[in-house]
Design a protein around this ligand. Structure first.
Ligand code: PLP
Length: 385
């Protein structure tokens, strides 16, 4: 059997990882400044994380959600404390798309309405409702289309108000990323976010904050939206939550009523996943990684801001978008093949997406900025955006 060929692959086969580094099957070392799409939050194979998982493997790895699981309670308590959402309830699942799918469903159960407002540039996952609120027609299949999903322009308050004026009574929820990741590190304005919150309250629509990529300390806040002092009705999370172990979560305002069978999953919240997620929270707290994300983000921006070919830097903490005066693919390949540094791209072809682990050190930041400087100084003249 062959693999279903849906991923364009780099010809690199990592077999070992530690901290911010990977090693391939030939023993070559790579610096990881992308974390496999923002997944690596506390660094690869953190010893505390490894021990927690090993310990858990020696006890029990899985039983279904039909029995007590104290690890889920511990995870919910720790997540509530560290995120500042102690009064919210937690539903555990397995991925970002699944978290958003459940959030959209829960909103609709809650207010009985069916339309969803989403934004240009958004990415919310590939399951049915999640992909319908994702702004990429290439990954939306005919089976996903319906008239229920309304797109509004990012950071455009007037358009938002106009849509609510005509369809507000039918809108069940608004879904927005804390910071758009796949869209090219797009940061919402405070005016935009505040208006969304206000309109949701006015029209009884549920505000869903997708913090799958921007959450878990990446932005220098536990959740990126916390910079704006708004409290959404539902928050979704995944990626950095398990540092590579698949887990997702939906944080739900206490006014939402749970009932048996309303939501469910076989694997969500299993013992191993919870052990991984608890370890991540312990490390983020004990090693002050949110503070480190702020500090190292500032440091990197300061180091690279005057490099040639950079037209702007969009950034919060260690969620960094470096906009170039050209398509970033040549720079990205150069960083990877000549300097052994993993970085990411985005739907905005000129934006290099940088998402290192939250515990990177100055030495690692310097490796990256020195390499970027060399690449940008030696870039071909041609502008090819
Ligand atoms: C903001 C956001 N939401 C949801 C998802 C989907 O997450 P997953 O791939 O775990 O389903 C992603 C993935 O990139 C994302 O960036």
């Amino acid at each position: 059997m062959n693999l279903f060929n849906v991923y364009p692959l780099f010809n690199i086969n990592p077999v070992k990882a530690q901290g911010s580094f990977l090693w391939d099957d030939k023993g070559e070392q790579y610096l990881d400044f992308y974390g496999g799409h923002a997944v690596i939050s506390i660094g690869h194979n953190h010893p505390y994380y490894q021990n927690k998982l090993k310990e858990q493997l020696g006890k029990i790895s899985f039983y279904s959600n039909s029995v007590q699981n104290e690890l889920q309670t511990e995870l919910a308590e720790k997540l509530g404390k560290l995120s500042g959402y102690e009064d919210y309830n937690l539903f555990l699942c397995n991925s970002g798309a699944e978290a958003n799918e459940n959030a959209l469903k829960l909103a609709s159960f809650h207010n009985g309405k069916s339309k969803v407002l989403y934004f240009s540039g958004s990415f919310h996952g590939r399951t049915s409702a999640a992909v319908s609120v994702t702004d990429n027609p290439e990954i939306v299949a005919p089976v996903n289309y319906s008239g229920r999903f309304i797109k509004s322009e990012w950071n455009n308050v007037e358009q938002l108000e106009a849509i609510f004026e005509t369809q507000g009574s039918e809108i069940s929820s608004v879904i927005i990323e804390g910071i758009q990741g796949v869209g090219g590190i797009m940061i919402p304005t405070v005016e935009f976010v505040t208006k969304i919150k206000e309109l949701c309250e006015q029209y009884d629509a549920v505000l869903i904050l997708d913090e799958v990529q921007s959450g878990y300390g990446r932005s220098g806040y536990f959740f990126a939206h916390q910079e704006f002092s708004i409290r959404p009705d539902i928050i979704t999370t995944a990626k950095g939550m398990g540092n590579g172990f698949p887990i997702g979560g939906v944080l739900i305002h206490p006014e939402f009523q749970a009932s048996n069978g309303l939501l469910g999953t076989t694997f969500g919240g299993n013992h191993l996943a919870c052990a991984a997620a608890i370890a991540v929270l312990d490390v983020i707290k004990d090693e002050n990684l949110i503070e480190n994300a702020r500090k190292m983000g500032d440091y990197i921006e300061n180091e690279i801001k005057d490099f040639p070919h950079i037209t702007s830097i969009r950034r919060k903490g260690l969620m960094i978008g470096i906009e170039l005066d050209r398509n970033c693919s040549e720079v990205r390949s150069n960083l990877l093949y000549s300097h052994h540094i993993f970085t990411g791209n985005s739907n905005d072809k000129s934006v290099l997406r940088i998402l290192p682990a939250l515990n990177i050190r100055k030495e690692e930041a310097d490796l990256f900025s020195n390499a970027l400087k060399t690449v940008l100084e030696n870039i071909s003249i041609q502008i090819n955006v």
